[in-house]
Design a protein. Structure first.
Length: 583
């Protein structure tokens, strides 16, 4: 698409030129009348009074007519055809003005004494020079005025048998040529400036349109992922719950092996959803940074401990150059960044190894580096690797090579933490990712006491709202296997009816986010809080959506949210913590 808008009768450059001309007219018309008054005063004693008064009267009438024409600009400025007619009327007025000045002054200049002649010459040059600045935005108008204004005097002096007057006539021709050439350059400069201005405005509008289109596309993508992930999460969530129930049973070794394989398959699908969820959380702005001082060594040791078997399985070395530094960051978010970097390094390294090292970055920061001896990243790909679902060397989308979300999460999380992220790479030699973390300026806080575990048989009442029958059954069985008393229903109305028959208040409310008939988990929890007149009953929202708005809505209430498919161990930890707060 061309960046230059087409030239049409509605050409914005022409409209801008006419607007500038209209702004100049009041000053030029005022200058005409003031100069006419000075001419009358200067020639009053040498030219017949009747001529002077008739001339100044004609000037006043023409100036009034031109002023009226200028006032009509407001009616014509939004109509391309009317604006063209307005411009032609302005040219006619300028030509008449040039003749009204040029013819009388040429005649008077030949009959008045030398002092008055000099005054007429100065007056004409002053008017002519002023016209250049007032009218150069429209060359047709300027030429019409300048030629009719100067030509009578130039011709009159050139036809007389006087050498000096002929020289002055030649000088007048030269002056007219030079001023018109100068006006042409001024016109071109102003038009070029206007064209550049409108081209920039056009490009800006195009940029805004493309930005809006990109935002709509991104929103549509988020909605699609939210809807698709919700529908896919439901059966996977139910599967995870049933696997959790089976693991609580006494099974033969062969059956337990089969259950473990099913669990691993469900966990693999859960990893995909977790990656989508992490991106959505970061995009939604609901991830809160909880920065505090902590010793980096423990975090790095744990990462090396967990990834050592994966590295050993590929015959790679995984080394750590430990640091005793105390940094100031969010341990959980920094852990996510470093885990993704280490996992990525191991995945794309076929031989050699991975090194995690730390070095000072100035007096108050530490740079954590993850080195690998892998394939390296070409310079043309070093920006794209941070895009969602972008992978190098995986056109077949082999799941064992990851999902293409790790580095997208790394960039978003590092930006949220305010930790600079850097990448250096050489193709065939390896890659270094680094994240720079501020050093702590205060001592480590005392460790927090762990939350109390869930008693083996609490008998506490838990209310569950879940419209999917399989997920509802699996969740009820799993909660009951932990010794909880469970009332489960598919809607808020049914749950309220069943809960009304139970003595006492519930210890916890668990609800799916999206229920039937437009009902949400937030609606259910609000109704139960109102029913029991207690907003302090803890709530756990379970959702299959990755829509950032869902995350924001629940976070605004201060409730905990888990995303399907929920790992049974994670669910038990959350339930234990929430019930412990009400004990």
């Amino acid at each position: 698409m061309s960046a230059t808008p087409p030239t049409t009768p509605a050409d914005p450059v022409f409209a801008a030129r006419m607007a500038a001309l209209r702004r100049n007219f009041p000053f030029s018309l005022l200058g005409v009348m003031l100069t006419a008054g000075l001419v009358v005063v200067a020639l009053w004693g040498t030219v017949a009074h009747e001529e002077l008064l008739a001339w100044v009267g004609a000037n006043a009438a023409l100036t009034a007519a031109r002023a009226w024409h200028v006032a009509r600009y407001r009616q014509a400025e939004h109509d391309p055809g009317a604006l063209r007619r307005w411009q032609r009327g302005a040219v006619v007025g300028a030509v008449l003005g040039g003749l009204l000045w040029g013819l009388p002054l040429a005649g008077w200049m030949l009959q008045v004494p030398l002092p008055q002649q000099m005054f007429i010459v100065v007056a004409m040059l002053t008017m002519g020079t002023g016209a250049i600045y007032a009218y150069c935005i429209d060359l047709g108008l300027l030429y019409g005025f300048q030629v009719t204004y100067f030509a009578p005097a130039i011709l009159a002096m050139g036809t007389l048998d006087d050498v000096l007057l002929r020289v002055m006539s030649a000088a007048g021709v030269l002056y007219l040529f030079v001023t018109l050439a100068f006006a042409q350059r001024m016109y071109r400069t102003q038009v070029d400036s206007l064209e550049l201005r409108f081209e920039n405005l056009y490009l800006l509008r195009q940029l805004r349109l493309e930005k809006d289109a990109a935002e709509r596309s991104d929103l549509a993508k988020s909605r699609f992922l939210a809807a698709a992930s919700h529908d896919l999460r439901q059966p996977v969530h139910a599967l995870s719950l049933f696997v959790g129930v089976l693991r609580e049973q006494a099974l033969p070794a062969a059956s337990r092996h089969l259950v473990d394989n099913i669990g691993r398959a469900a966990a693999a699908m859960g990893l995909l959803f977790e990656g989508l969820l992490n991106v959505s959380r970061l995009d939604a702005g609901v991830v809160r940074v909880k920065a505090r001082p902590f010793a980096l060594a423990g975090l790095l040791d744990q990462i090396v401990l967990e990834f050592a078997p994966q590295a050993a399985g590929k015959s790679l070395s995984l080394r750590l150059r430990a640091s005793d530094a105390v940094v100031h960051s969010d341990p959980a978010l920094l852990d996510r960044v470093l885990r993704n970097l280490v996992e990525n390094a191991i995945r794309y390294t076929a031989r050699g190894g991975v090194l995690i090292g730390c070095r000072r970055a100035g007096a108050d920061a530490l740079r954590i580096e993850v080195w690998d001896t892998g394939t390296g990243i070409p310079p043309t790909e070093q920006e794209q690797v941070f895009w969602e679902f972008h992978q190098l060397g995986n056109p077949e989308r082999d799941r064992t090579k990851g999902l293409g979300l790790g580095l997208a999460i790394v960039r978003r999380t590092a930006a949220l933490l305010g930790h600079p992220l850097a990448l250096r790479s050489r193709v065939g030699r390896g890659t270094v990712f680094s994240v720079t973390v501020p050093l702590a300026r205060q001592a480590l806080p005392a460790p927090e006491a762990p939350p109390p575990p869930l008693p083996a048989d609490t008998g506490r009442l838990v209310l569950v709202a879940e419209d999917d029958a399989q997920s509802r059954q699996g969740l009820q069985l799993l909660l009951e296997s932990w010794g909880l008393r469970v009332i489960a229903a598919e809607s808020g109305d049914e749950l309220l009816s069943l809960a009304a028959r139970q003595p006492g208040k519930p210890a916890l409310i668990v609800s799916d986010y999206r229920l039937r008939a437009g009902e949400t988990g937030i609606d259910v929890v609000d109704r139960l809080h109102e029913e029991y007149n207690d907003d302090g009953i803890p709530a756990l929202i379970v959702s299959g959506d990755t829509d950032p708005k869902r995350l924001s809505d629940v976070a605004a209430r201060g409730w905990q949210m888990l995303h399907k498919p929920v790992d049974p161990a994670q669910l038990q930890a959350s339930v234990s913590l929430l019930i412990a707060t009400t004990s």
